[in-house]
Ligand binder design. Structure first.
Ligand SMILES: [Zn+2]
Ligand SMILES: [Zn+2]
Length: 329
């Protein structure tokens, strides 16, 4: 089959690899669409994936075309979206319910072969069957949405909060949609790219600006979300958290990125700084929310490209063009 392969840091190709075969409790999926995100760029930089080569793609959906010998829950022809998380279920973090922090954390499309391929294999337990009205290509958005749902779980969102989001790429816009749904009093979005801000405005943010300074909110925001991973945005955001507020690190930084905090302010103003990593018991709920139309796929998916253009799609993503880019194997 055809697959994108990250062979070594900086080197990605589309090539032919052996077709996958399912284990007893796995299924083979004919991939309809696979989304690209910052994680794929980090893998390309040599971060996250301890062993290369790997077939990337952790945001995908498709049709079941092969069943392991012990699969009874799914049938050939079922349309599914896939939670990429693979937990050991044995380590301390798994045993205390924090599986996304698993000591032996793995993920489909990160540490094992993923969905940027004609076919992918996944445990039946990771598959969510799609309702008939959900377009299977669009369902590639469920995985990033499940990360945003996890982010909101961490925030424990309170009604009537004033929210500031850095970054109006896919993840920032998903956080905007969830903030609207969870009763924010206002949701402001900041992005250095004015073109991207138009989408945030279209989706109904309260204010959009090139910098938080322009928004002129004295006293700061109850909830500040970084959805950029960018050091300057993070530093600025940390300084905009209101008293008793929470800063959520949601964007993925490079390993080397650092920021400065004021311990006195954290003490004196009871500020919480927290993070949200990938998916934790949030995929099923994201799929259900997605089926209710929480996101407009026509807005969120800006490019649908053939799998053969995977390297160019990554370049396009890295250049900050568009919103969610998906490849169609
Ligand atoms: Zn992703
Ligand atoms: Zn574990």
């Amino acid at each position: 089959m055809r697959a994108a392969v990250i062979e070594a840091p900086g080197k990605v190709t589309v090539t032919t690899v052996p077709d996958p075969t399912p284990g007893p409790r796995e299924v083979v999926i004919d991939v309809a669409a696979c989304g690209l995100c910052g994680t794929d760029l980090h893998i390309l930089q040599g971060e996250f994936a301890p062993t290369l080569p790997v077939v990337p793609g952790h945001e995908f959906a498709g049709e079941v075309v092969g069943l392991g010998s012990e699969v009874t829950e799914l049938a050939i022809g079922d349309r599914v979206a896939v939670d990429p998380s693979l937990y050991c279920n044995e380590c301390r973090y798994c045993r205390v319910g924090r599986n996304n922090l698993c000591d032996r954390w793995q993920a489909i499309g990160v540490t094992v072969a993923g969905g940027a391929a004609e076919y992918a294999v996944a445990p039946v337990a990771n598959c969510v069957r799609l309702p008939d009205h959900v377009d299977v290509q669009d369902a590639a958005l469920i995985e990033p949405l499940s990360c945003a749902v996890r982010g909101y779980d961490v925030l424990g969102s309170r009604l009537g909060s004033h929210v500031l989001i850095y970054g109006s790429g896919t993840m920032g816009l998903m956080m905007l949609e969830l903030a609207k749904r969870t009763g924010a009093a206002s949701v402001d979005v900041v992005d250095v790219n004015p073109e991207r801000l138009t989408t945030a405005e279209k989706l109904g943010c309260s204010q959009a600006a090139l910098s938080a300074e322009e928004l002129g909110r004295r006293g700061g925001w109850d909830v500040v979300v970084d959805a950029t991973g960018n050091a300057a945005a993070i530093q600025d955001g940390l300084e905009r958290v209101a008293k008793a507020g929470t800063f959520l690190q949601f964007g993925v930084s490079d390993y080397a990125t650092t920021a400065t905090i004021s311990p006195y302010r954290i003490y004196n103003e009871e500020i919480t700084i927290t993070g949200s990593m990938a998916v934790l018991h949030s995929y099923e709920r994201a799929a259900e929310l997605f089926a209710t139309g929480v996101l407009d796929p026509q807005v969120f998916i800006s490019h649908r490209l053939p799998l053969t253009e995977y390297p160019q799609a990554l370049d396009r993503f890295a250049a900050g063009q568009g919103r969610k880019i998906v490849v169609l194997p």
